[in-house]
Design a protein around this ligand. Sequence first.
Ligand code: BG6
Length: 479
Amino acid sequence: MTAQRALVIFGATGDLARRMLYPSLYFLEQDGLLAPHLAIVGCSRGSVTQDVFAATIEAAVRERTGGAFAPDVWNKLRARISHAAVDATQPESFANLAKALGETRDAIFYLSTSPAHFGAICRNLKEYKIANGGSRVMVEKPLGHDLTSCRAINDALAQTFSENNTFRVDHYLGKEAVQNLLALRFANTLFEPLWNKVSVEQVQITAAETVGVEDRWSYYDEYGAIRDMVQNHLLQLLCLVAMEAPPHLDADSVRDEKVKVLRSLRPITGRDLERKTVRGQYGAGVSEARAVPAYSEESGGRKSGTETFVAICAHIKNWRWAGVPFYLRTGKRLPHRRSEIVIQFRDVPHSIFSGNNLQANRLTIRLQPEEGISLKIMNKTPNLERTELQPLSLNLSLSDAFSGGRRRIAYERLLLEAMHDTPTLFVRRDEAEAAWTWIDGIVDGWRGSGAAPVPYAAGSWGPSGAFALTERNGHSWHE
Ligand code: BG6
């Protein structure tokens, strides 16, 4: 008999589970990628009937799939799902989970709850012998709000799960285009000889959003853009751009290289804080053709010193990247939703084309909304009278190249990788802690200076200081 496996979701009626996890499981079911004997157990406080719980999940799946909802796929998924009433603060309630799991071994526990509950959940899973040596745990950000709290969370997880069985989710690592970065760099010879300070002038990593904070205010206000986006998503992108080629694609080889990058980030302290970082907070403005309120209005008028925009000029202290600025920028209520990495190459050393303004090559890796790669190169315009040059782009649209394929939710890949016990796309403890070490330096500096974030109008590209940040080095943001 094939052993039953299980995915146990804590916080089973929460936002992440409804928006991401259940739709992802539905699509994995549709593609026949879920193991035949996988049971899915949702844990939340309070008892609900199995039917009511299933109806909540069905509604979430229908909302995401719209007209593509297929009752036969749902029925298959429905047959796997059950609910257990478990309250992290009530140890005896874990007996309900033990009962729901029965003989099932080696479950994956997805802790989609506040990190404040991680310690109690892990302790109870161990005490009730629900978790064993083959069990895995998946956890979501925020993994703390600084190095100390991140360590405390990691210690809480480690009381029950070994590091190899701990899967820290950064959903950017599940995005197709982010995965493609590894292919672009390490499955082609074209770029590698140029991928260094000799040929690259600067790198820009932008994750711009048009949405505001709205009903996530109370979570967001404790974190701000630097902890919500830079500590995890943007630094992960920076690692993938800057790291050395790992000897293999296995989890530790890749993560060893990423940690080296994080540890090589030059701390930003003292006077550099003012010159190399910019914090902003959106005021009222116009976003996507409608008037939107200020961050402070969304909070019901409470005054807040939390930033909704950050720009940072980072440097990596190693032989490959010494002296090359890595500009990081993220914000809410910016003019477009766009995540991209721009590698700006250096100017030609000497131009033989007098009268022409040569523009340096630029490689743009677009992650969203559409995925693509474009390379700007100088070309001659066709004419007989004079030599006239013009920059043109070689464009590779990944959605056109792979048309027909559905764009996957990042969590589909992440759930599948955890089920296959492949931790490459998850953040290792030392990686998370190295990222916090660098971020803490900046946050402590900001706190020490007492400076408030600079207001910017919703619908703009952030405070003017963000432009000065690049212009100081003779650079400008790629808009
Ligand atoms: C989350 C942040 O991790 O990423 C959100 O908490 C942000 O604030 C989101 O909106 C952005 O993700 P994506 O995939 O839409 O770029």
